[in-house]
Design a protein around this ligand. Structure first.
Ligand code: KIV
Length: 295
């Protein structure tokens, strides 16, 4: 009797996660690998992710870092700012993303965003909050602000928690900043931002998101910071890597699209295709374009 030909796996409903890539295809992204990319000048790609399926698809598209950003408050919860996002919500979404990556045997580096109020009281409170996200599956935590956050960053890094800092437009302080505006304009503001960035690097931050910062300032900082990879969003092409909010780059922003976003879905036939186009454009230095997407 002839053996039955092998059957493809049965289709499963509700957004099947992509097949795992061959084991040797890609090494897991680790902190040493990110440092190596930074040292060699290879651009680092990052997108936000809030659920299992998008996370697995982004990984399959070659995105190296996934940020479970508190932007999920606006994107997933319909809030008007990130201020109302809780640690429990961040824990839940971090766990969803981590589960998606595990199921797809994915390789991306996972960053959990500490929400407003979860690290402001004390270093000890920050540690407790960071532990929640790390135990949910994050490899690194992100927190906003400079100056007062430096000691906290040092405290977390000393305890084995990799940290991504965030300067420029820090959305959790939107009310103090008076809106979503470019930061670091003018000599004094630029000098403060530079000083804070160096302090954060010295405290051990391995990455630094620069949001809505003039392109010339972020390019200069990127050259100066040898041990901390700058990740730009609205900060020009001269940073060590780029990040975008997933829904924005897929053209799912029904409001006014920020100037620094490009809709990668326009020329792509699929979400995965759009993500691959983003990865290629960042790697090749074709996105962002300073004259179009930056200040
Ligand atoms: O919350 C978020 O998604 C972020 C990115 C915009 C960097 O902080």
């Amino acid at each position: 009797m002839n053996p039955k030909p092998a059957q493809p796996p049965a289709a499963s409903p509700y957004g099947t996660l992509p097949a795992a890539p061959p084991a040797a295809a890609r090494k897991p992204i680790s902190l040493p690998r990110l440092r190596e990319m930074h040292a060699q000048g290879e651009k680092i790609t990052m997108l936000t992710a809030y659920d299992a399926t998008f996370a697995a698809v982004a990984d399959a598209a070659g995105v190296e870092c996934l940020l479970v950003g508190d932007s999920l408050g606006m994107v997933c919860q319909g809030l008007t700012s990130t201020v109302g996002v809780t640690l429990e919500t961040m824990r839940h979404h971090t766990e969803c993303v981590a589960r998606g990556l595990r199921r797809a045997q994915a390789t991306a580096w996972l960053i959990g965003d500490l929400p407003f109020g979860s690290y402001h009281e004390s270093k000890e409170q920050a540690l407790r909050s960071a532990v929640v996200l790390m135990q949910a599956g994050a490899h690194m935590v992100k927190l906003e602000g400079g100056g007062w956050t430096t000691d906290t960053v040092h405290f977390l890094v000393e305890r084995g928690i990799p940290v991504c800092a965030h300067l420029g437009l820090t959305p959790q302080t939107v009310h103090a900043l008076g809106g979503y505006r470019v930061q670091g304009k003018g000599d004094e503001a630029a000098a403060t931002l530079k000083r804070q960035a160096h302090e954060l690097q010295d405290a051990g931050a391995a990455m630094l998101v620069l949001e809505m910062v003039p392109a010339a300032l972020s390019a200069a900082l990127t050259t100066e910071l040898k041990h901390c990879a700058t990740i730009g969003i609205g900060a020009g092409v001269g940073t060590a890597g780029q990040v975008l909010v997933l829904h924005d780059m897929l053209g799912m922003n029904l409001g006014k699209m920020p100037k620094f976003v490009h809709n990668f879905m326009n020329d792509a036939g699929s979400v995965r295709g759009a993500m691959q186009a983003y990865v290629n454009a960042v790697k090749e230095g074709r996105f962002p374009v300073d004259t179009q997407h930056a200040w």
